[in-house]
Design a binder for this molecule. Structure first.
Ligand code: NDP
Length: 333
């Protein structure tokens, strides 16, 4: 069986050389454990931070050890009364073909209720991040003008659509290609969107689309985007600090925002968030978002990389470069 290990820590942008594909024996489950054959795994931006040897809210990956992360698999042996062979489970030991998982670290998922990928995306961690971030952390209010960056990604696309469905007066997105911009407006119902790679500063693009200003900025990107949003935010505006992917591969000095003083006069709120703090919203989230998916009012995309676990490093690198629309997943079997 194959697993992907961290071969070395990247300086700046990671490459395939930072990963190693290793052949290992299929592990044996002990007491209270299950053996899972992984079917799908997630590659996520936060994994870039775990490649560094830095203290953070999740421990770093270790050189020479397999990586881990969200995955869905099928139980093929069980030493736990909680699971039987053939069950599908969500767990945290991706980046390998077979995983031995403690029964208390696996959650049963129902493949007839939703496609398996949804449990890693729209109905999973990224979806909950979007829902809790917008509604609770961002204190979204009906009539808000909402701006979200990384808008064509797993989190951002859900933020924008939930805002519309909950009564935003206007939703603006930014993304890194003309096709993503088209998709946001024509397929996902955003009122406006711009390609941040087009010539000109982000603040100029945003001001053109939101001359009246914005009430809420959902930040997936940081840097220049955050600075532009602060400039356009109205009095009592709010910022959800969800991620700063524009800076994850930076090695030198980081840019922006150098206009934070505006937060004083405008009485802005900038609040960081972690999805894990909002597990209590999960039931409500799955009910509301699941309902919108079922009646066709909320759409979600997946970019599924085929070719097995050996393709996981290139899928991860591709996600960092923006090759995904919606959730980036790797198909293992
Ligand atoms: P995405 O599906 O959005 O994938 C990442 C996207 O980031 C790429 O598709 C790319 O799209 C965009 N991107 C890459 N580089 C840049 C850049 N320099 N400037 C602007 N955009 C860039 O990932 P997720 O939806 O999973 O995550 C989105 C953000 O949310 C990340 O910052 C992540 O760390 C954060 N997050 C935070 C959580 C929390 O609990 N706080 C939980 C989950 C995610 P493009 O083509 O548009 O450039």
């Amino acid at each position: 069986a194959l697993e992907i290990r961290l071969a070395s820590r990247p300086q700046g942008w990671p490459t395939e050389l930072n990963f190693e594909v290793a052949e290992v024996a299929v592990p044996e489950p002990g007491d209270g454990e299950i053996l899972v054959r992984n079917l799908l795994m997630s590659v996520d931006p936060y994994m870039r931070g775990r490649m560094n040897d830095a203290k953070s809210y999740v421990p770093p990956f270790q050189v020479g050890e397999p990586l881990d992360g969200g995955a869905i698999g099928e139980v093929i042996a069980s030493n736990s009364p909680e699971f039987t062979v053939g069950d599908h489970v969500l767990h945290r030991l991706g980046w390998r073909e077979y995983a031995v998982v403690g029964a208390d670290h696996a959650v049963a998922v129902d493949p007839s209720a939703a496609p398996l990928g949804a449990y890693l995306g729209v109905l999973g961690m990224p979806g909950l991040t979007a829902y809790a971030g917008l509604l609770r952390v961002g204190e979204f209010k009906e009539g808000d003008v909402v701006f979200v960056s990384g808008a064509a990604g797993a989190v951002g696309a859900i933020v924008g659509q939930v805002a519309k469905l909950r009564g935003a007066s206007k939703v603006i997105g930014s993304a890194g290609s003309a096709e993503k911009v088209r998709h946001l407006v024509e397929d996902l119902g955003f009122d406006a969107a711009f390609n941040y790679k087009d010539a000109g500063p982000v603040v100029k693009h945003l001001a053109e689309l939101a001359p009246e200003g914005i009430d809420l900025y959902f930040d997936n990107v940081g840097g220049e985007h955050l600075e532009a949003a602060i400039t356009l935010l109205r009095v009592f505006g709010r910022v959800v600090l969800c991620g700063a992917i524009s800076q994850y591969n930076d090695t030198g000095a980081r840019t922006g925002p150098d206009n934070l003083v505006q937060a004083v006069g405008k009485r802005l709120t900038l609040r960081g968030m972690l999805a894990n703090d909002h597990a209590d919203l999960r039931e409500q989230f799955v009910k509301e978002v699941g309902g919108w998916i079922a009646d066709g009012r909320l759409k979600y995309d997946e970019t599924v990389v085929e070719g097995g676990v050996a393709k996981a490093p290139s899928a991860f690198l591709g996600m960092l470069r923006g090759e995904n629309t919606g959730k980036m997943l790797v198909k293992l079997a």
